[in-house]
Each structure stands twice: as C-alpha cells, then as structure tokens.
Design a protein around this ligand. Structure first.
Ligand code: SAH
Length: 222
C-alpha cells in the first residue's frame, strides 16, 4: 500500500482515538488497520475533506459508506483472524473490504451495482490489495463455490438472515448482519457451533437495504 499524506494520517489518528477507542473498540490490530487505510480514497472527490467525519457519507447510486465506528464495530464482531476466508455482502465503496484485507483476511466481496463495484476494484488495485476477490450479483445467495466461510459480513439491512448464508458458514464461523425493517435494525452476530446457531446482539444500526428476492425488494426503497 502506498504511503498516505501526513495530514490525513493525523486525521486518521484522531478518528481512531476520539471515535473508536473512546467508544470501546479495543482490538489493537483493528485500530491499526483503521489508522492506516485512507478513507478519503473511498469517497467521491468532492467529499474527500469530510472523510474523517463521525458519519456515513453518500458514495453515489443512492448508497453510503458506513460511519467509521460502525465499520470498526462490525469488524470487531466478526473477530477476523489472519488467513480467514471472509464473505462480505455489499462492497459499496470498498472501505470495509480494505479493512478486512488489511487484517489479513482473504476476502470475497459481492456488490449488485456495477458502477460501485468497478470503482471499488480500482481502489483495491491502487492500494495494491491482493487478497480480495470481487463478484457482481445478489450477495444474499452467498458464494457457494468459495464456501464455507469463517466470517460473513452483511453491510446492508435485511428483514432476516438469508438461508444460503447460514448454509455457507463454517463451523465456528461468525455471521454479522443488521436485521430489522427499512428504518432501523439491530446488529446480530450468529456463531455456528456443533449444537446449532448461537445468537448475540450488538446494538441499533441503520443501513441501506439489502435488495434481493431473499430480503427487501427494490420498490420498498425510500
Ligand atoms: N461496506 C460498504 C457499505 C455499502 S452500503 C462500504 O464500506 O462502503 C451497502 C451496499 O450493499 C450498497 O453498495 C448496495 O448496492 C449493496 N447491496 C444491496 N443489496 C445487495 C445485494 N443483494 N447483493 C450485493 N450487494 C447489495
């Protein structure tokens, strides 16, 4: 990865301290990854100066890049270890993907909107992130040819867990997904154990919808 400018490095350090560590994100490897990946590269140029705001931001096509704290929280819930095979659904800007790759995960990421995927792929090339495989399509169906996954991260809201994702989760694997209606969701973490699925909740969130026959239909979007 190329060396980012000192000014944005300072902004990132401030973001890590005030938005993440101060709110209880404690994983040092994760904080280091967030201090390293230039968020401004994942935004439309006219929003680059807002890159370290404590907020989600528009990335075009009606979609958003998540607030840094939410990226950190979801990644922490996923408990990624180096070498893990991780499926991400909703590539969007590619920022979350880059954080996962930076933690040493092998990432398979699926996006349904071609324009966003093309831009994200360009960013991965520019950052020389090698351990990312991309796919255009409906992520609610997962990526059966690559399964099972040690981690599955859904970065769009769903009314429930799409069954193919449960089927593609490895034993001991974690599935992190915002579940709820279009206006509000709760972050749910499922862990596959020999006895079945373990379920834990990590608080309220608000995501754009997962558009799929297995989730929300396009017309439901506001
Ligand atoms: N992880 C992203 C967040 C993107 S917002 C980031 O860090 O920028 C959610 C994304 O999910 C949007 O880009 C949207 O187009 C995509 N999406 C919605 N439904 C999808 C589906 N069924 N399959 C794949 N991607 C989907």
């Amino acid at each position: 990865m190329s060396v980012p400018a000192p000014e944005t490095r300072r902004q990132r350090r401030r973001m890590v301290a005030s938005q993440l560590a101060a709110r209880g994100i404690a994983d040092r490897r994760l904080l280091a990854a967030l201090a390293r990946v230039p968020r401004e590269w994942f935004l439309p140029p006219h929003l680059a100066e807002d890159a370290y705001d404590d907020a989600p931001l528009p990335i075009g096509s009606g979609q958003t890049i998540s607030q840094p704290y939410i990226v950190a929280l979801m990644t922490q819930c996923l408990a990624v270890r180096r070498g893990d095979l991780v499926l991400e659904i909703g590539t969007g800007s590619g920022y979350q993907t880059a954080i996962l790759a930076h933690l040493g995960a092998r990432v398979c990421t699926i996006e349904r909107l071609p324009d966003l995927l093309v831009e994200a792929e360009e960013r991965f090339r520019r950052l020389r992130l090698m351990n990312i495989e991309t796919r255009l399509g409906d992520g609610a169906r997962g990526w059966p040819e690559r399964a099972p996954f040690e981690g599955i991260l859904v970065t769009a809201a769903a009314p429930g867990v799409p069954p193919p994702l449960v089927a593609q989760l490895a034993l001991g694997g974690r599935l992190v997904i915002p579940i709820g209606d279009l206006s509000a969701q709760e972050l749910v973490i499922f862990t596959r154990t020999p006895a079945g699925l373990d379920e834990r909740r990590a608080g309220g969130v608000r995501f754009v919808p997962l558009i799929s026959r297995l989730a929300f239909t396009e017309g439901e979007q506001n």
